[in-house]
Design a protein around this ligand. Structure first.
Ligand code: N01
Length: 564
């Protein structure tokens, strides 16, 4: 065992919402030393890269932000201009947070982590970057987001295209002018639903290449006025308290009733009100939409009706109507004018499910029965989510084991925040935590606060090593799989189950047990001296054990958490 002290208490990877908040907690709450490596040239994470026209958040601005956990003052100071904030405003907000807490001085921008190796001898992490940094730290904390590695499908001939091509997740910072151009957008997910109406306004002709139709929900974006701002600011305490209890981290609860327990007329009324309110409320109108096929179909058909109302050509409306998966088993996009786009003369919907894309040619996109000649191709083809970016970090744990190898058949974690064999590694919104099945900032704050408490507890007990135990991990994965199997989520070929990336192991990557319940489980683990973790010093994690918190029923966990 060496006696050399690591240079930092922690290395954090990423300077988006999670990295910024983690840095603040490490430095200003715990008084620890930390360095953040960030691939972009500035803060923002997903909001730094995704600058495509129309990019905006699908969670309402006033709860897609840092809560009163960070600062009551910041909440009162900052006023959002729209109900759903657009990308530039969110980026300005994150930049403001970085300035307000003087975070930039500990962030190394334009720097990618290429290797992170755990030293069995001394229990420290050595992190190497493409800029030539080589630093050591006690803890390694990934704050890389869930959707950071773009998916560019390997279409034959892709490189031969002579026009311009863009992936929405790597959009040029000085924008793109599509005026007078023929454009193909590949994909119809949440990103395409935002970018398509914008490009349609400019392009001479736009082809939207759809493989799977989605259940798009009305967004209902609008400017916020002074009265909105005042009302929100007065109610922040309650708003944030509710986000921490609900299933999806929103400040409204899923209604505790079955879609099949009400009359057709009442159900229609409930769906209509939620539709008119906009946002994800439709998904929380009944408690069995994700559990029961018949209940789900009531919402699915309600949404197909909305499509038929909006799209004038019945054949196009039918093509836009999903029939192959239940509602909300793929992330439903929020739309602000997407369906109306298909009533425009200059927009053509192309079905690449029935006749797939066969190749990209120098002049466009070819399917078996047509070639679409275009000047530009926009790949709105998504991301290698959750594990994709973690694997680019070259993480090696005990005995030099590569995280990729450990997770070759799919992720295995304890609470989605740690994994056996990788001591002192914490993954903010890691696989098998609520993450992308929630309002992200709420889940990010919960993880960062939990990690902060854990590190404080380590220090208070003179410990510097912590590692998930294999039994705890097995139980968490079993629990995660059980909860998943009770839902309809495995029924769709979504990125949530890894189906968008050829060869990616199929499993539900986020945890669907709900933000509120998950928080109680994490708190119960912490309150029981980090049950399921071995702890120690200098790389030897010898104390600690596992009493089976993750195995306990929700009722047990809830009761335990409620006990004084
Ligand atoms: O990516 P996606 P996204 N041939 O993977 C198609 C978040 N987000 O960037 O469905 C033809 O959902 C693919 O088809 P299919 C949000 O969580 C948040 O749109 O696989 N088509 C699909 O239509 C979202 O869920 C906000 O059959 C191919 C599309 O490309 C996540 O980001 C805003 C293809 C990819 O859709 C990802 O959304 C926007 C192929 N070979 C996004 N490969 C916010 O509000 C892929 N496709 C914060």
């Amino acid at each position: 065992m060496t006696t050399a002290q690591p240079q930092f208490d922690a290395v954090v990877v990423g300077a988006g919402f999670s990295g910024l908040y983690m840095l603040h907690r490490l430095r200003d709450t715990l008084g620890m030393s930390a360095v953040v490596f960030e691939a972009g040239d500035d803060v923002g994470g997903t909001w730094y890269w995704n600058r495509y026209p129309g990019a905006r958040c699908d969670s309402e601005s006033y709860f897609y932000s840092f809560s009163d956990r960070l600062s009551e003052d910041l909440l009162q100071e900052w006023t959002w201009s729209e109900r759903f904030a657009a990308q530039p405003e969110i980026l300005r907000y994150l930049s403001h947070v970085a300035d307000r807490y003087d975070l930039r001085r500990d962030i190394r921008f334009g720097t990618r982590v290429v290797a992170a190796e755990y030293g069995d001898g001394d229990g420290t992490w050595t992190v190497t970057t493409d800029a030539g940094d080589r630093v050591t730290a006690t803890y390694l904390i990934t704050a890389v987001g869930c959707l950071s590695t773009t998916n560019l499908p390997e279409f034959p001939g892709r490189e031969s295209f002579r026009g311009e091509s863009f992936h929405t997740g790597l959009w040029p910072h000085d924008g793109v002018d599509f005026t007078g151009k023929r454009v193909a957008v590949i994909g119809t997910g949440a990103t395409a639903v935002q970018v398509v109406p914008e490009i349609a306004e400019q392009a001479e002709h736009l082809y939207v290449l759809q493989r799977t139709a989605n259940y798009d929900i009305a967004g209902g974006n609008r400017p916020m006025d002074d009265e909105d701002g005042r009302r929100i600011k007065e109610n922040y305490t309650e708003i944030w308290a509710t986000t921490r209890e609900t299933g999806f981290g929103f400040p409204y609860h899923t209604q505790n009733r079955s879609a099949l327990s009400v009359s057709d007329a009442e159900r229609r009324q409930i769906f209509t009100e939620a539709w008119e309110t906009g946002g994800f409320r439709l998904g929380t109108t009944f408690n069995d939409l994700l559990l029961d096929e018949k209940a789900n179909e009531t919402a699915a058909e309600f949404l197909r009706e909305r499509i038929r109302e909006r799209v004038t050509d019945p054949a196009v409306a039918e093509l836009l109507s999903p029939r192959d998966h239940p509602f909300f088993t793929k992330r439903p996009p929020l739309e602000n004018g997407y369906y109306d786009t298909f009533n425009r003369e200059n927009v053509t919907l192309v079905d690449v499910r029935t006749v797939p894309i066969s190749e990209i040619t120098p002049t466009g996109v070819r399917t078996a029965d047509a070639e679409y000649e275009v000047d530009a191709i926009v790949y709105a083809t998504g991301f290698d989510a959750m594990t994709g970016t973690l694997f680019t970090l070259g993480i090696r744990g005990r005995d030099g084991r590569d995280l990729r190898d450990k997770w070759a058949d799919g992720p295995r974690s304890y609470l989605g925040v740690a994994t056996h064999g990788f001591p002192n590694l914490f993954m903010i919104t890691g696989p098998q935590s609520p993450s992308v099945l929630s309002n992200m900032p709420v889940s990010i704050e919960q993880h960062v606060d939990w990690i902060t408490d854990c590190l404080r507890d380590q220090r208070a007990h003179g410990l510097d090593t912590i590692e998930a135990l294999p039994d705890a991990e097995d139980d968490w994965v079993d629990h995660h799989d059980e909860v998943t199997a009770a839902t309809l989520l495995p029924r769709a070929n979504s990125w949530w189950v890894g189906a968008n990336i050829p060869g990616k192991p199929r499993s539900l990557y986020p945890y669907v047990g709900g933000v509120g319940t998950y928080r109680l489980i994490c708190d119960a683990v912490a309150n029981r001296d980090y049950d399921g973790f071995a702890r120690g010093t200098g790389g030897a994690a010898t104390s600690g054990g596992f009493t089976g918190v993750a195995r306990a029923t929700f009722a047990d966990v809830l009761a335990a958490a409620a006990a004084p």
